[in-house]
Design a protein around this ligand. Structure first.
Ligand code: F6P
Length: 550
């Protein structure tokens, strides 16, 4: 075998298809097929994906789907859901989907890892989180001076931060008890000190959220929070149990930190990857913020997408699969090396950052599962921000820059927490941008407009050159009915599965992250150097900079 993806018959067909399609624009493709918009729209659980503004034809879709079949995608999906140890470098199952098998959805499946059914433990922790959050909400769990908890501080980074941040921002209107939520991820003391300065230790609950409970940033922040708490409570160590809880897989480290694991630790397991962990105990901040019923709705939404992904074997109708294949098409054939995520609703502003970790930490790899270097591109750079803000910043480059940047434009159809006119303007802009990216504007059109506005021919000819939009820029339009817990769950699971599919096609392990280790390892030496004021053995540039900091 030559190369996993390159070796597939469909890969060669796609290459030929690309050479033909590269001569045509999106407008040509629409002109050739007046059923295109309808045909290239998927509706799953009331969420729409219109992917008709992509440089594809039926032939492309067929070949991409065949590429997925030739990679045994369906078998890979089943293996993941069934708890096979598909994370082969860590010998771990990948079962974030099992976290969404909640009993009142009627799912009685057993999922075993090393001969043990994982569902009872998942249900147990879910129940424990439910009980704890209810006690906080009803006042059964009070601070040490008998006051209601008013502020939750989540101390975590990466997957122990980004998911809760995204969900709490997106679902702010669902907030329970007017609780305030704070997230501390950076080890920059400014962040935690700034937040602590506004908090009352009598009414604050800290969640130390760390899968490993060894992450330097989080553990440093947890110690700082504990010191602050003790300093402001007359060193009341007894009170810690009312104000510090942990979400982790590492009982030993949690206990060593001083948190009573039996009562105040919410467990999860190695089969939940950090960037897939918001559905686990890492979601405790979410449960406290929006309430358990809304968290269950979030799980149910994700579960609905899981069912669709697992059971839709006609892959051209499988939304995560199609989203993934379109990404493969652009990075591996068109050579477009970034993917823009452009949510228009403000409540989804943190979605690009969340997807950045999800896709780039999962698929930013250059060796296949066996450790052999791959000779094709894998994960593109994922970037983006609020689409409406982007229009007034980096969209200039997207429209007139020298490269092409495929986009996912994400929009909610209605938002009862917004305002009708504001929402209509938001929608109009999202839709218009997708149209502008595709249609563009020719020199002749730009010049005619300028002349119609009174400009003379010479001036118009000159200025029109700067007003040309090449168009033919592809985009997906993803439309949620609303930003509710259910649809947010749907949306997040959609991208999780997209990421998985791409990993399968590229034959890489999407569930390890060895690439984050080297920097952590070197930082330990550099920190010792900075503390001692003396650089140890490094290159000349590193020594020079360490000396500046020492
Ligand atoms: O350094 C990367 C990483 O391990 C991520 O994968 C993870 O989400 C993050 O750090 C936080 O890890 P932990 O939850 O173990 O503190």
């Amino acid at each position: 075998m030559k190369e996993f993806m390159l070796d597939k018959p469909s890969y060669q067909k796609l290459l030929r298809n690309y050479q033909q399609l590269n001569q045509l624009t999106l407008l040509d493709l629409f002109a050739q097929d007046n059923n295109r918009a309808l045909k290239y729209t998927l509706k799953v659980n009331d969420m729409y994906l219109d992917f008709s503004k992509n440089n594809i034809t039926d032939e492309t879709v067929d070949h991409l789907v065949n590429l997925a079949h030739e990679s045994n995608l369906i078998e890979h999906i089943q293996n993941m859901f069934n708890g096979c140890k598909i994370n082969n470098t860590e010998s771990r199952a990948v079962l974030h989907t099992a976290l969404r098998t909640i009993d009142n959805l009627g799912d009685k499946r057993q999922i075993t890892v090393d001969g043990k059914d994982v569902i009872p433990d998942i249900q147990h922790v879910l129940h424990k989180m439910h009980k704890f959050s209810s006690k906080v909400h009803t006042g059964e769990h009070l601070g040490h001076t008998g006051k209601m908890i008013t502020d939750i501080v989540n101390l975590g980074i990466g997957g122990s931060d980004l998911g809760p941040v995204l969900v709490c921002q997106a679902l702010k209107p669902y907030c329970k008890n007017n609780l305030n939520i704070h997230f501390v991820s950076s080890v920059d003391g400014y962040q935690i000190l700034d937040i602590l300065s506004e908090l009352n230790p009598e009414t604050t609950l800290f969640i130390v959220a760390s899968k490993t409970f060894t992450t330097e940033e989080t553990i440093t922040n947890a110690h700082t929070a504990r010191t602050w708490f003790l300093n402001n409570t007359n060193n009341n160590t007894e009170a810690i149990k009312l104000h510090f809880v942990a979400a982790s897989t590492n009982t030993k480290a949690v206990t060593e930190f001083g948190i009573n694991a039996a009562d105040n630790m919410f467990q999860f397991w190695d089969f939940v990857g950090g960037r897939y962990s918001l559905w686990s105990a890492i979601g405790l901040s979410i449960i406290l913020y929006i309430g358990f019923d809304n968290f269950k709705e979030l799980l149910a939404g994700a579960r609905a997408m899981d069912e669709h992904f697992l059971n839709t074997h006609e892959l051209q109708h499988n939304m995560p699969v199609m989203l993934a294949l379109l990404g493969i098409w652009y990075i591996n054939f068109y050579n477009y090396s970034t993917q823009v995520i452009s949510p228009y609703n403000t409540r989804l502003t943190r979605f690009p950052a969340y997807i950045q970790q999800l896709e780039m930490e999962s698929n930013g790899k250059s060796v296949d599962k066996s450790g052999k270097p791959v000779s094709y591109k894998t994960c593109p750079v994922i970037w983006g921000d609020s689409g409406i803000n982007g229009q007034h910043a980096y969209y200039q480059l997207l429209h007139q820059g020298t490269s092409i940047y495929p986009m996912d434009i994400i929009l909610a159809l209605s938002d009862k927490y917004s305002d009708k006119l504001h929402n209509q303007i938001l929608q109009a802009n999202a839709i218009a941008q997708a149209e502008a990216f595709m249609v563009g504007k020719t020199h002749a059109q730009a010049k005619a407009e300028l002349i119609a506005n009174g400009m003379n021919d010479t001036q118009a000819d000159f200025l029109a050159k700067h007003k040309v939009f090449a168009g033919n820029r592809p985009s997906n339009m993803l439309i949620l009915p609303e930003i509710s817990p259910y649809y947010l769950g749907n949306l997040i699971a959609l991208y999780e599965h997209k990421t998985f599919v791409q990993g399968v096609i590229w034959n890489i392990n999407s569930f390890d992250q060895w690439g984050v280790e080297l920097g952590k390892q070197l930082a330990r030496t550099v920190l010792a150097d900075i503390k001692s004021g003396k650089a140890s053995k490094h290159d000349e540039s590193t020594v020079q900079i360490i000396n500046l900091c020492s």
